[in-house]
Structures are given as C-alpha cells and as structure tokens.
Design a protein around this ligand. Structure first.
Ligand code: UDP
Length: 420
C-alpha cells in the first residue's frame, strides 16, 4: 500500500465513523467502474460562498475513491464579476437589464480562461461547470471528449427572462444539468438531475469543538454568556436579508432580552458585499448587543463555534439555492428559523426542525416562542441534527453524483442498470 492509498483509506474510515461502514462500502461499489476517470469541476472562486465550501471537500473524497478529480477556478476583473452578479440576481428574479458591454466582457473573460484550461477540459471524462460564471467554456472546447454538466446552485425558479434567454444559449449544448430542487429546473434540451448540496461532517466548519474553544470565541467577540444569542451566518447579500434579521431581533428583543450576531465575509466573486455591509452597520449603529462581524474566508472554526454557541440560528433569505448555513446549524442541533423559500424548504420543516417565516415579524414571533420553550427548542435541535445526518451529508451527495456519472457514461436513455 503506498502512502496515498493509506491516506485515502484513513479518510474513508473517518467518514465511516460518522455514517456507518455500509455507506462507504456503497460509495466504493459505485466508484469502482469510474476508477481513474478524469473529472474537472470549474467555478469562479476558491473561497467564500457555498460552492467553494462544497468543492473543498468533495474533491478529496472523490480522489479517495479512486476518481481523478480536480478543481479549476476561472478568473476575471471587476466588470466580469459585476456581470456575473447580474446573472445571479437575474436568475433569482431581479428584473434588471444587462448592458452589452458587460456581456462582451463575460464572453471575453471566458474565452481567455478557455485558452488556459482547454487542454485539461477537452481530455476530461466529465466536466462539471458550476453556476453561470464559466458556462461559455464549453463553446471553446470543440475537441471535448467527455460529458459536460452544468450545475446550478441558484434559485432559478423565476428567472428574469432576458437573462435566462441569454444564458440558455451557452447551456443548451451541455449533456445534462443539475439543479438543487425540482422547482428550480428550467426548460433545457438535455436530461436534468436533481441533486441537493451537502455539508461535510469532518470539516473544520462542522467538526465537534471543545468547550474551551467556544468560551474563547465568546470572549473574543464580547458575547454575554447569560444572554440568549441568535445568529445569521451569510455573505452580505440582499437575498440573505440581513436587514430583515436586524428588524426581527429588534422586535423580539423588546420583550425578551437577547443578543444578535451577524457573521459574514465576502466572496471574491461577489462585488455587492461592501454596500450591503454598510447598510447593516448603519442599521445597528449604537446597539452593543448586536455584533456585525466581517470574517476572513478561512474562519471556519470561528463560524463553527458561533453556530454552536447560538441558541437559535436564522437564515431569513428571500431567495436561497440551498443554504448550507442551514444544514450546518441543524447539524449542530440548532433549530433554524428560515425564509420560506427555495432550498431552505428542503431542510426546515415547519414546527419540526425549525420554522419557516416570510417576514421579520414572523421571525420575531418564532424567536420568542422558542426562547420561552427551552425543552421544545432542544427537541427541535435534535430532530434537525438527525434530519441532516440522514439527508444532507457529503456522502449522500457523492452517491448521487456517482450514480449520475454512471448513467451518463453508460449512455442509456431512461434506464440504467448498476451491476453491483
Ligand atoms: N461562510 C463562511 N464565511 C462567511 C459566510 C459564509 O465561511 O463569512 C460559509 C457558510 O458557513 C457556508 C457557505 O459559506 O458554508 C455559504 O453557503 P450558502 O449555501 O449558505 O450560501 P451562498 O453564499 O452559497 O449563497
């Protein structure tokens, strides 16, 4: 056994401790026919946001199963990210036309990145393109030999039509696309798969932490150990509704003393973060019980600790592709009060693993309801952890990816046999 094999097998053993050995055995069976297959994932940021969070863990796990997986990141300038943020907003329903000069920049940046990546992409067995940023790469890889999949992480259920129409021209030639929930799927002339994202129970973001570490984080941010704490972890993005969270906190704290932490950082492909952060800072100015944190991209332990310290976690998004932050909090046995939208609905079952809300008033009501029913809060948290353990861990995610790749590889339409 060479050292690589030994590390791979140790990694799989560690997952087996969380999921049970049969889950890992199943993954090994599914991965066997794909041994050595070259799989290249492409997105537009190495840190910040859910896609990077998933990539960091999915790639090593695929490699541990014998798949030759790699991760490439395309690069562009400010105008490129302004354009792709426009796509993001447009896919999530914001009706704002895009200028031709931004679209030209998008195409130019993709052409330039294709020059660098073409060799690796054309020889890959599978290429997975994440979100709209790198979508035109396929059109530059005319010698491609593998299957290309477009993986959409965004709530594309009600896109602004001109943006969707523009993007569709790049997506049409793909072999398949993947959406997180059926409601997001769009009309495209190829098979569509529904695969929900996942969290990694072994990552720094989700592993168990000793009480001393929680204490150190409380101390570092001046949190009052006697006061209930509510938390939202998110990029500073209007779809995450941080101002709605502040409003909910204000309403709830009129009758129930509590503290609020908003923890966020930027993603390098998100140019709007600063403006939203300024708005949030203005909204909470002068309230010592609100902490607005701007954390570095690698603050995984800090976020882990904050999620564990919190009594309740909020994710009051008004649009959400999935919301890894929801699964992360639930894995830490926290009930989540989440916006009644997109992928949050997959995770938060109203009155069971948390509450779905539509307004700050609704969120405030649920905050107070739970803080006055500690036993219920604890039970909901336990159910939330079980639910994520059964449905949203990386091992389930990978199993679905492997099954899909096998189906595409076998090329059978409509029917697939897995000889195990
Ligand atoms: N995250 C982080 N630092 C921050 C804010 C978010 O590490 O300051 C992480 C968060 O814990 C989660 C991911 O980034 O793992 C965000 O994924 P999600 O699906 O919730 O939202 P997205 O940013 O992709 O819209």
């Amino acid at each position: 056994m060479n050292p690589g094999d030994r590390n791979d097998s140790l990694l799989l053993d560690r997952y087996a401790e969380v999921t049970g050995p049969e889950v890992i055995h199943h993954l090994q069976q599914l991965a066997a026919p794909l041994k050595g297959a070259k799989v290249v994932h492409v997105n537009s940021t190495r840190e910040g946001g859910g896609v990077a969070e998933i990539m960091r863990k999915l790639i090593p796990l695929k490699r541990a199963l014998g798949i030759d997986a790699s991760w490439e990141v395309i690069r562009g300038g400010a105008a490129f990210y302004e354009c792709t943020k426009g796509f993001h907003n447009g896919l999530q329903g914001i009706r704002r036309p895009m200028s031709q000069s931004l679209l030209d920049e998008y195409e130019k940046v993709n052409a330039a990145n294709a020059e660098e990546l073409r060799g690796r992409l054309e020889e890959a067995d599978f290429v997975v393109i994440h979100d709209p940023q790198p979508a035109p790469l396929l059109s530059h890889c005319t010698g491609r030999r593998g299957r290309w999949l477009w993986r959409c992480h965004i709530d594309a259920s009600h896109p602004y039509r001109p943006v969707w129409k523009y993007l569709r021209q790049w997506l049409t030639p793909y072999d398949a696309s993947i959406f997180s929930i059926p409601q997001f799927a769009q009309l495209l002339p190829h098979p569509q798969y529904i695969v929900a994202p996942s969290i990694d129970p072994l990552s720094e973001k989700n592993c168990d932490l000793p009480e001393e570490e929680l204490e150190a984080v409380r101390h570092r941010f001046g949190l009052d150990p006697e006061l209930p704490m509510i938390l939202q972890v998110s990029r500073y993005d209007r779809f995450k509704d941080p101002l709605g969270v502040v409003q909910a906190y204000r309403l709830a704290s009129k009758l129930t003393p509590l503290q609020l932490v908003l923890a966020g950082g930027g993603a390098s492909d998100d140019p709007e973060g600063e403006a939203v952060l300024d708005e949030v800072r203005q909204a909470v100015a002068g309230d010592p019980r609100v902490k607005v944190l701007l954390l570095p991209a690698d603050a995984h332990h800090t976020i882990n600790a904050l999620q564990r310290i919190a009594d309740i976690v909020l994710q009051k998004s008004i649009r959400e592709g999935f919301g890894l932050t929801v699964a992360e909090a639930m894995w830490k046995a926290k009930p989540v009060i989440g916006g009644d939208t997109g992928g949050i609905r997959l995770q938060v079952f109203d009155h069971y693993t948390g509450f779905l809300v539509r307004t700050p008033e609704g969120a405030a009501l649920r905050i107070r309801y739970l803080l006055h029913r500690r036993e219920l809060l604890r039970e909901m948290g336990q159910r939330a952890r079980r639910f994520v353990g059964e449905n949203y861990l990386i091992t389930r995610h990978l199993r679905e990816y492997l099954a899909m790749m096998l189906g595409l590889q076998s090329g059978t339409e409509g029917r697939m046999e897995l000889g195990l």
